[in-house]
Design a protein around this ligand. Structure first.
Ligand SMILES: Cc1cc2nc3c(=O)[nH]c(=O)nc-3n(C[C@H](O)[C@H](O)[C@H](O)COP(=O)(O)OP(=O)(O)OC[C@H]3O[C@@H](n4cnc5c(N)ncnc54)[C@H](O)[C@@H]3O)c2cc1C
Ligand code: FES
Ligand code: FES
Length: 501
């Protein structure tokens, strides 16, 4: 039995842990307000709120229920559109009516949930954050202008509400955004089992990422839990956020034994040591966006991460999942290649580290044994003078994968390039480390000429194929432009026309 709270009611589900919440809510419980659109995380019609108890109280995020294994919601609060019902329309619903932001209505429950999650969450209540909050919701009827007006109206109505989950929850209960039963949720969850008995959970949660240098085969640091570090105990499927796995192999996941990596607290989080930075493999991408530590090291990178999927997907999608999925256009893989990270792998007590640039060995092939778990990535703490940039060209700004993406980290002293790492996606069978382009720049004076040479070198090192995202030749031209764009972005006012010619 998987026990969770659905709206105000305790559910004990006999579903297999890999079946998705969308099916349990619609088929088993019979609540049909949550809509089934694409089943691939693309449309947002299936969104539910997921409330997870933590140190700051119960924190709610809007999540795509079509990609949410029911095994992961044990001990949590799932809110479908029916769970927002009160005596009348909620302020979110009323704003949608007032602004004419619904027509056929199929997408509307998803928008109501996403906007309610926005008001309950910790993003600033300003229109730009509001648009980001609905970046994973599609509407085929309204043309979005009316939805933008709804966002603005809600931001104006709730301006001044604090950012802590407790302050938000209190304000949203008193204004009728969510019903009063939300107050009782922490008590109800406290009495509930968070166990998912039929799932393999890879070891009990520890609380630390590795804190010391790891050499191939070294024994694990003492604070690491190493009781279950195997990737494949009993042929179970390893699942982190499930945002690749459930899209690619839904039937298999729904029937399999699962290893729920999100339960491994020791695989989550971001730590900065004296010389090194660590990101746990099961850290959701959204946590990276919000990390103050990383923002300090790489100021101004938020907009880069916002180009990755939607906020709802980013709450589930993990760093390790992106690397092991090994898509040639995986955004995290491209970002991390430019940081020149090492991948920390473990199997039982054995640990080793592999430079990410040697991790991808062929299309969807990895320097990883079947029983190895990706534990973390580690990179040298960048020096004060290091600059980082990410560029992504896709057909849509949000919720689209790249035609070509590229990242660069560069350290320049007295106008000489001391160090540089560059990467590109969509231009080879693997996420590609642009070794020769970087090499052509190291030790060189930074000039339009040396940049143009590096861009030419990058273009000659790649072998893009033609596909739905563009012809091979187009992608080659794009990469040349993106390499130049890194410098235009990072050295404003210095390079412009001369790089565009
Ligand atoms: C609508 C939508 C939009 C998307 N947009 C983007 C985008 O813009 N950019 C982008 O890069 N990606 C995008 N993705 C893809 C996906 O979200 C990312 O690749 C994500 O990082 C995968 O992480 P996950 O935790 O969900 O992986 P999962 O699906 O849980 O796992 C993927 C694979 O990795 C394995 N695995 C996971 N963690 C580990 C580990 N620690 N050790 C060993 N094996 C592991 C799993 O067994 C599985 O084989 C999108 C996906 C969807 C559904
Ligand atoms: S059904 Fe489209 S995102 Fe889930
Ligand atoms: S109102 Fe029809 S899809 Fe949005």
């Amino acid at each position: 039995m998987i026990e969770f709270l659905l709206n105000g009611k305790v559910i004990r589900s006999e579903a297999s842990p890999g079946e998705v919440v969308l099916d349990v809510v619609r088929r088993d419980v019979g609540l049909k307000g949550t809509k089934e659109g694409c089943r691939e995380g693309d449309c947002g019609a299936c969104m539910v709120l997921l409330g997870t108890p933590g140190e700051r109280g119960v924190e709610y995020y809007a999540i795509n229920s079509c990609l949410l294994p029911v095994g992961t919601v044990a001990g949590k609060h799932v809110v479908s559109i029916e769970g927002l019902n009160g005596p009348g329309l909620t302020p979110v619903q009323q704003a949608i009516v007032d602004e004419g932001a619904t027509q056929c209505g199929f997408c509307t429950p998803g928008f109501v949930i996403a906007l309610t999650g926005f008001l309950l969450g910790d993003m600033p209540l300003d229109p730009d954050s509001g648009y980001t909050a609905v970046s994973g919701n599609m509407c085929r009827c309204t043309g979005y202008l009316s939805i933008r007006r709804v966002v603005k109206k809600l931001c104006a109505a709730f301006a001044g509400t604090g950012n802590s989950p407790a302050a938000r929850l209190e304000a949203m209960i008193s204004s009728g955004v969510v019903p009063a039963y939300f107050e009782t949720v922490p008590r109800l969850l406290a009495g509930m089992s968070g166990e998912t008995p039929v799932c393999g959970v890879a070891g009990p949660p520890g609380d630390a990422l590795p804190r010391q240098e790891l050499d191939a085969g070294s024994s694990p640091p003492p604070e690491m839990d190493d009781t279950g570090g195997q990737a494949d105990p009993g042929n179970a499927i390893l699942i982190a956020g499930g945002t690749d796995l459930i899209v690619q192999r839904p039937e298999e996941v729904s029937e399999a034994r699962l290893v729920l990596l999100e339960r491994r607290e020791d695989l989550r989080g971001i730590r900065i040591e004296a010389k090194d930075c660590w990101i746990g493999a099961a850290t959701p991408v959204e946590e990276i966006t919000r990390s103050e530590m990383l923002q300090e090291l790489f100021p101004g990178t938020d907009p880069h991460i916002e180009l990755i999927s939607s906020v709802a997907i980013r709450h589930r999608a993990t760093v390790g999942g992106n690397l092991v999925n090994a898509s040639p256009i995986g955004d995290m893989a491209i970002l991390l290649l430019a940081l020149n990270v090492d991948v920390i792998l473990c199997a039982g007590e054995q640990r080793r580290s592999v430079p990410l640039k040697e991790f991808f060995t062929g299309y969807k092939q990895l320097n990883r044994e079947p029983d190895e778990l990706v534990e973390a990535v580690r990179f040298k703490r960048p020096s004060g003078g290091s600059l980082f940039n990410f560029e992504k060209v896709s057909r849509r700004k949000h919720l689209d994968i790249a035609s070509v993406n590229s990242a660069m980290m560069i350290t320049v002293e007295h106008d000489v390039v001391r160090d540089v790492h560059m990467s590109a996606g969509g231009v080879a069978p693997i996420p590609f480390y642009l070794a020769s382009a970087a090499e052509s720049l190291r030790g060189q004076t930074l000039s339009a000429e040396s940049i143009r040479r590096a861009a030419d070198e990058a273009c000659s090192a790649i072998a893009p194929i033609s596909d739905v995202r563009g012809s091979g030749e187009y992608k080659r031209v794009l990469l040349g432009r993106l390499v130049r764009a890194h410098f235009i972005e990072l050295f404003p006012g210095r390079f412009g026309e001369e790089l565009l010619s």
